[in-house]
Unconditional design. Structure first.
Length: 150
């Protein structure tokens, strides 16, 4: 695996491996559901296939150490999560409102949420690490102190 560096912080291999695994599972869940949905609502089946190919592309990007892989994965997982909620609340065009407690759908929500959590871990951690710890700075560099004065 290539090393991903975001804002000078290296992402641990464990998180990269978890991200690849989780986004591939997101895509596979949608690939499993695609054939039935192609018959019921062709546009939904095509969206499921697009989700699968988007997830694979994101996994490849993450594996090669590109931050766009994480971003694409977040769009894929977030879009699928939103689509599930919309299809269970107001319904999708040409379809009735679907059942909330479908086992594969709930698994999908869990895995998509997990990937979004990994993305937040990857992108928020470097921002925290890049912050200045003012308690360890020399007195003249702390906020509110004037340079050259005592």
């Amino acid at each position: 695996m290539s090393t991903l560096t975001i804002r000078g912080t290296t992402v641990p291999d464990r998180l990269v491996g978890a991200g690849i695994s989780v986004i591939v599972i997101v895509g596979l869940i949608h690939l499993i559901d695609a054939p039935g949905d192609l018959q019921e609502a062709p546009y939904q089946g095509l969206l499921f296939l697009a989700n699968f190919f988007g997830a694979l592309t994101a996994a490849i990007g993450i594996y090669r150490g590109h931050s766009w892989g994480w971003s694409l994965g977040a769009v894929v997982a977030g879009g699928a999560f939103a689509g599930y909620v919309i299809s269970r609340t107001i319904g999708l065009p040409g379809m009735s409102v679907e059942e909330w407690l479908e086992p594969l759908g709930l698994l999908s929500l869990l895995v998509e949420g997990l990937f979004i959590g990994l993305c937040l871990t990857i992108f928020v951690r470097p921002a925290k690490a890049a912050r200045i710890d003012w308690s360890r700075s020399p007195q003249h560099l702390k906020p509110g102190n004037q340079l050259g004065g005592s």
